[in-house]
Design a protein around this ligand. Structure first.
Ligand code: GLC
Length: 549
């Protein structure tokens, strides 16, 4: 049976785009050596796992999610030796490294696809070809702003090929045994390079079957079980995180029996509801999705996030919720992309610190392992003039120098931000100097979370609240408990809260923000009458007096 470590239940992840982080060789593109130079910064955040966006050779028409060679590194990023050095340097600092594995599709420039265009070639069936573009018509189009169909005509072959994403990303044919075995070889290759695991991109779409929506098919689960056993045989306990953007009931089967499929899965639908609850000043959307979230095997874990390298996806919401979210967070059409919103975290909060803090406090006390996206810890802005999702993938802002400490080259792969969020105003060096900066606050937040084994690793309940604006989370483990009270409303809240599960216990206020100054406010209370005295968007974490502070 597969081994199942649980260290990652308390872990915090940091998602990092290598091209955007630090350019060590001065060519204007971030690279692996640049990441090595900045590893102390990453470690000092208090995170445990680095998730690196795709590293392989690629025309970068989808930032590396369009692979042309699975077993090498993009020359702009460095070499395989650089990656090995990065992994060693990370491990020396107690950090793990996972990379994206893009199994579903390749670039149309991949030699496999080029070969497949000739019907007589040995790889002719490595992709999904058809004479009929009406095949699999129940499958939705995902990139609705760029594609109108999942089929594209190929002149050379004289047939259509299948793609769930951009037309230049043909889907591999997982019905072909050579495709499956080759992908298992690719996995072995990276594990032998030393990576600690993978974020498995777009796994619901591996197979197609007529009469279905071509998502979450039994064949997909069967292959993922093979994949899991293969990974375990090479690197027992590897960190495997599946990208399954589905409703909880459709996501649940990807955990398998707890040991034979994915140990970790993103909880996509909770994310937009955190934002919605914030905009509404009402915790109901969070309660709604958590109540719809089934229990998962004890050996498995949700992974939660506020933002990432993609648009803030609104696929797993109702029409009505989507309209609300667009009105609240993307009033200008330029802010919208596909079924989502292409803005960064800080701009979505109008750069208002209380809202940024509140969202992070929710994130760190939800059930699951949280991910932070590079740059959000310094409230980086975005650039809506850039194409597609590029506006949330701009160079990391290290200092106020000409190249922002990102590059010595005046021409960077994407322009540095200008105006109010330019590196001259928003950068790591300035945040380091300011003890009250968001960066310092994030470090404290992470350190506090990690002192509480109940967070991430314990059992979780969203408690009934006497006030709809309050989200009250209770996490408990053997020796620890955290009652996290969040005020979603912009107005203050004052009341007393009873937590029967901790009845009679003495609690201490451990961590909080926007605590009312003008109300009698204790830092000690009993669980029968916790004094809630929060300003708008305030939050407070209470724990038994004997638990870690
Ligand atoms: C995933 C990635 C996204 C990419 C897509 C196609 O959703 O997160 O960035 O464009 O897969 O590979």
């Amino acid at each position: 049976m597969a081994t199942q470590p649980t260290w990652w239940k308390q872990a915090v992840l940091y998602e990092l785009y290598v091209r955007a982080f630090r350019d060590a060789d001065g060519d204007g593109h971030g690279d692996l050596r640049g990441v090595i130079e900045r590893l102390d910064y990453v470690r000092d955040l208090g995170v445990d796992v680095l998730w690196l966006l795709p590293l392989s050779p690629s025309p970068l028409r989808d930032d590396g999610y369009d692979v042309t060679d699975y077993c090498d590194i993009h020359p702009d990023y460095g070499t395989l030796d650089d990656l090995r050095d990065l992994i060693d340097a990370a491990h020396a600092r107690g950090l793990k490294v996972i990379t994206d594995l893009v199994m579903n599709h390749t670039s149309s420039d991949h030699p496999w696809f080029q070969a497949s265009r000739r019907r007589a070639d040995g790889k002719a069936d490595w992709y999904v070809w058809s004479d009929d573009p009406e095949r699999y018509s129940e499958a939705r189009v995902i990139f609705t702003d760029s594609e109108t169909s999942n089929w594209t005509w190929d002149e050379v072959r004289g047939q259509y090929y299948w793609h769930r994403f951009f037309h230049h990303q043909p889907d591999l044919n997982y019905d072909h045994p050579d495709v499956r075995s080759t992908m298992l070889d690719v996995i072995r290759f990276w594990l032998e390079c030393g990576v600690d695991g993978f974020r498995l991109d777009a796994i619901p779409y591996l197979y197609q079957r007529e009469g279905t929506n071509c998502e979450n098919l039994p064949e997909t689960h069967a292959f993922l079980k093979v994949l899991r056993a293969h990974v375990e045989s090479i690197t027992p306990g590897a960190f495997l995180l599946g990208e399954v953007n589905q409703w909880p009931e459709d996501t649940l089967p990807y955990f398998g029996d707890g040991f034979d499929e994915m140990p970790l899965l993103f909880h996509f639908p909770v994310m937009p509801r955190l934002w919605k609850a914030l905009a509404q000043g009402d915790a109901a959307p969070i309660r709604w999705i958590l109540e719809r979230t089934p229990a998962i095997p004890a050996s498995c874990q949700w992974v939660v996030f506020l933002r990432n390298h993609d648009e803030l996806t609104l696929e797993m919401v109702t029409e009505e919720e989507r309209a609300f979210m667009y009105a609240a967070y993307a009033p200008e059409p330029v802010m919208r992309l596909n079924v989502g919103i292409r803005r960064r975290l800080a701009p979505l909060c109008d750069f208002e610190r209380p809202r940024i803090e509140l969202l992070h406090s929710l994130l760190m006390t939800l059930p699951g392992t949280p991910i932070l996206y590079y740059g959000d810890e310094i409230a980086m802005g975005d650039d809506l003039t850039l194409f597609d999702r590029n506006g949330v993938r701009t160079p990391m802002q290290w200092n106020d120098g000409p190249g922002a400490g990102f590059s010595e080259n005046p021409t960077t792969y994407a322009p540095l931000l200008r105006g109010a969020t330019a590196p001259q105003r928003v950068n790591v060096a300035a945040a380091e100097r300011d003890p009250g900066s968001l960066l310092h606050w994030i470090r404290t937040l992470i350190a506090t979370r990690k002192r509480h084994p109940a967070l991430g690793g314990g059992s979780f309940a969203m408690l009934p609240s006497p006030d709809p604006a309050l989200a009250v989370f209770l996490s408990t483990s053997e020796d620890d408990a955290v009652v996290a009270v969040h005020n979603l409303a912009a107005e203050p809240r004052r009341l007393e809260l009873a937590v029967p599960a901790l009845a009679g216990r003495r609690l201490r206020l451990g961590f909080g923000g926007r605590l009312s100054q003008d109300a009698p406010r204790g830092t000690e209370a009993t669980a029968d009458a916790i004094p809630v005295a929060l300003e708008g968007h305030g939050y407070a974490w209470w724990s038994p007096a004997e638990a870690p502070a």
